[in-house]
Design a protein around this ligand. Structure first.
Ligand code: GLV
Ligand code: GLV
Length: 339
């Protein structure tokens, strides 16, 4: 694979300089420092656009977060030596991959490691919303508990119900496996049917059928132009009044305004959301609704997983800088393009 060379053939002998847009676990940074000059943003929070544009200039590698929009402008500002954008996330909808490919820039992500962790969290949300754990916690803390009560905090059962999985990718499958322990029937909808998976008791359904019948609908699609607002007013109206929606994928997959109405007007029983349409902003009404559980995009946030993600993001970056093919290359077409 061709390395980017300076026009006159001279290759700078110094360590390549890479920019990391926010502090990530030290294990990843240490790995990078073995071979690179590492600049880490010292801004406390999501890096402001202006700083990003300035810091990226002349870098060979950019380690970005899903909160950073990496578009043409960023790549342009980086200049011709930018070789790799390593995203510290499984999703990469924050990056204009097509533009990167056009410019011969490799884009990498950190899938697999977060699959089980995110599936665990999806179940945490599902159980929490069905059994009203957050409401009950608030009640208990408020010293309102007067002793066991036959009618206190009735929720809905999870075991034996119908789980509808939208998007049967790695995380969707891991969620499906856990459903067996709850003796649930599992339906899935996926752009492509997956006959292999159907051998172990997940059943394919068209999306409208799945929405009409499932007791729990959980979303595990990537965000693309095809999945933007996949769940809007029409879809929410198809769902059962007793059903719950769980979203640990991307906020934009759901029309958040329509969801507010669904929850206010009782089209569905409740929702549990780890992701939002305009993070970190959230529809104000959602904050006031009792039948929704809200978490701040922490699906992959276990200690082990976040450290592993940092190591993988660093490895992806190093392989690309060393002229090898990174393990988790999002745009393999970039390689053919360059040769
Ligand atoms: C988290 O949302 C990720 O894509 O890693
Ligand atoms: C509940 O605590 C019961 O014993 O029924």
């Amino acid at each position: 694979m061709a390395k980017k060379e300076v026009e006159d053939g001279s290759i700078p002998m110094d360590k390549p300089i890479v920019f990391v847009t926010r502090h990530i676990p030290e294990e990843g940074l240490e790995k990078l420092r073995e071979f690179c000059e590492v600049e880490v943003s010292d801004y406390d929070g999501v890096i402001p656009r202006e700083i990003l544009l300035r810091k990226v200039e002349g870098k060979k590698g950019l380690l970005a977060l899903l909160t950073d929009r990496i578009d043409r402008e960023v790549m342009e500002r980086a200049g011709p030596f930018l070789l790799v954008i390593s995203n510290y996330a499984a999703g990469f909808n924050n990056i204009d991959v097509q533009e990167a490919t056009k410019r011969g820039i490799m884009v990498t992500n950190t899938p697999h490691v977060l699959t089980e962790t995110t599936a665990d969290f999806t179940w945490a949300l599902l159980l929490t919303v069905a059994r009203r754990v957050v409401e009950a916690d608030r009640f208990t803390r408020s010293a309102l508990f007067q002793g066991w009560d036959p009618f206190l905090f009735w929720g809905n059962d999870v075991y034996g119900k119908l789980l509808g999985i939208v998007g049967l990718g790695k995380i969707g499958k891991a969620v499906a496996k856990r459903a067996q322990g709850f003796n649930m029937k599992v339906w899935y909808y996926n752009r492509q049917r997956l006959p292999q998976e159907e051998r172990w008791s997940v059943e394919y359904q068209a999306l409208p059928q799945l929405l009409e019948e499932a007791d729990f609908v959980t979303l595990h699609v990537p965000l693309t132009s095809a999945t933007y607002h996949l769940i809007g007013e029409k879809e929410l109206k198809l769902m059962k009044k007793e059903a719950y929606l769980i979203n640990t994928s991307r906020g934009e997959v759901v029309d958040e305004k329509a969801l507010v109405r669904a929850l206010q007007e009782g089209w569905i029983a409740g929702a549990a959301l780890d992701v939002f349409e305009k993070e970190p902003q959230i529809e104000k009404e959602l904050l006031e609704l009792p039948n929704v559980v809200l978490t701040p995009h922490i699906g992959s946030a276990s200690k082990t997983t976040r450290v592993r993600m940092a190591i993988i993001a660093a490895e992806n970056m190093l392989r690309a800088l060393q002229g090898e093919i990174p393990q988790y290359l999002v745009n393999p077409e970039v390689i053919h393009r360059k040769n």
